[in-house]
Design a protein around this ligand. Structure first.
Ligand code: LLP
Length: 428
């Protein structure tokens, strides 16, 4: 699943000791494994090879330029949702023909930047947005390709904050309105409506929501083709899960086995498939290193107070998300064989792993069974590569963590830790 392993009792990322990174770079810091990134991208590419998809890595999951550049080198395109992400994708060397752009609230300047760059596909989320894109394209005397993001009303059975393909969410256009949409806009000369887009939610731990959504999209496509519309692209979106616990998520091959047979006939007839995976590529490729500042006992509770909290990793407090957390140098009896919510070793103690911020909601884990820890211990928060640094904040004037990319026994600081001067630089 990844290249974070305990060697002689000490956590390594590939062949580099986690402690050596923290000693050199300080904590908190994000550490990414290049080999894991490359491997997860390869697994998706191989699993879906029969439909030759354009794999557009979802920049929002981890936008670090070196991470993006690594994936561009693997042949990935990029899925972006803002002018900032478009800028990042281009700065990472992604060719415009590999870029797809979704988002419910694209501003005029962002649309203009996408048109000027000549990206592959703008995924359109409303009638009003389409009219605006068409106007801007007309004024520039440019053309662009658009896909209609349809809301298939399929329940991905995930957290309500990240459910996006059900009727009550703000995303896409109801599938029942899609034909009317194509009739109204399908003949525009500047904004050419050539595809359909889906993104049902994230993480989606089962394959049948994809099957339902893709079947609905293909049935709609048949109706549109029968009416004479050109629908040459189907963007299936992202949402494949990652292993927050060992063996928890379906593999890329399992998602592909469920989805590819449904897509294949249309692909043989010329349909281009786009995938937008983020989490399934980068989540297991990253950890967050944080140092225990104090251990505090209050009544029957134990708190491990760390130098990273919700500022560095928001997911536990925002989504109630589970991240396996473990010392980088546990005693021999505590070297973990699997990452699980309920480790069964003798001698573990229950504790809350909390951050330094001034909120009770500032935690990384509550009531967690962990080896005893003491001041100065380094902890690894696993599966933190996706939506970790990309959702980090400077709350409580916390400088953003450093990011490090490991390649074998070499590591490179790919984002330096912010300084106090960085915190105030835009206010001077
Ligand atoms: N495509 C679109 C249109 C999306 O909105 C997303 C994610 C993706 C692709 C990539 O999904 P992925 O393959 O990474 O699951 N912050 C949340 C996740 C929000 C996902 C938002 N959209 C979290 O930490 O769980």
């Amino acid at each position: 699943m990844d290249h974070f392993t305990y060697e002689h009792g000490s956590l390594h990322c590939e062949r580099t000791a986690a402690e050596a990174i923290a000693d050199a770079v300080g904590s908190p810091c994000y550490v990414y494994s290049k080999a894991t990134l490359v491997e997860h991208h390869r697994r998706i590419a191989e699993a879906f090879a029969a439909v030759q998809p354009l794999i557009c890595y979802s920049v929002k999951s981890c936008g670090n330029l070196s991470v993006c550049r690594t994936l561009v080198e693997c042949g990935a395109g990029m899925d972006v949702v803002s002018g900032g992400e478009l800028y990042r994708a281009r700065a990472a060397g992604c060719s415009p023909e590999g870029i797809v752009y979704a988002g419910v609230g694209k501003r005029d300047d962002e649309i203009a930047a996408a048109l000027d760059a000549g990206i592959f596909l703008l995924n359109v989320e409303s009638e009003a947005e389409f009219e605006n894109i068409a106007r801007i394209a007309r004024e520039k005397n440019a053309t662009c390709r658009c896909a209609l993001r349809i809301n298939p009303d399929v329940d991905p059975k995930t957290h309500r904050f990240t459910t996006t393909g059900t009727k009550e969410t703000k995303f896409g256009v109801d599938i029942d309105r899609a034909r009317a949409f194509f009739r109204a806009y399908g003949h525009d000369k500047h904004a050419r409506l050539v595809g359909l887009h889906l993104h049902i939610g994230s993480p989606v731990y089962t394959t049948d929501p994809y099957q339902q959504a893709v079947r609905k999209a293909l049935a709609l496509r048949e109706e549109l083709l029968a009416e004479g519309f050109e629908v040459t692209v189907l963007d299936v979106g992202g949402g494949f899960a990652a292993d927050y616990e060992t063996g928890r998520s379906p593999s890329a091959a399992e998602y592909a086995r469920a989805i590819v047979p449904i897509l294949e006939p249309a692909v043989r007839a010329g349909l281009k498939i786009v995938l937008e995976p983020g989490r399934s590529i980068v989540a297991n490729a990253g950890i967050l290193l944080t140092r225990v500042q104090y251990v505090k006992r209050s009544g029957d509770k134990t708190f491990a107070i760390c130098d990273a909290g919700m500022n560095a990793l928001l997911r536990p407090s925002h989504y109630d998300a589970f991240h396996f957390i473990w010392p980088t140098h546990p005693d021999a009896a505590f070297v973990p064989q699997t990452r699980t919510k309920e480790p069964t070793m003798q001698g573990l103690v229950q504790m809350d792993v909390v951050g330094p911020l001034c909120e009770t909601g500032d935690y990384l884990a509550l009531d967690r069974a962990m080896p005893p820890v003491e001041r100065g211990d380094l902890l690894a928060v696993f599966t933190a590569g996706a939506y970790g640094m990309s959702m980090a904040s400077r709350y409580n004037s916390s400088p953003l963590p450093a990011e490090v990319l490991v390649d074998g026994e070499r590591f490179t600081v790919v984002r330096r830790r912010e300084t106090y001067e960085d915190l105030v630089a835009h206010e001077r």
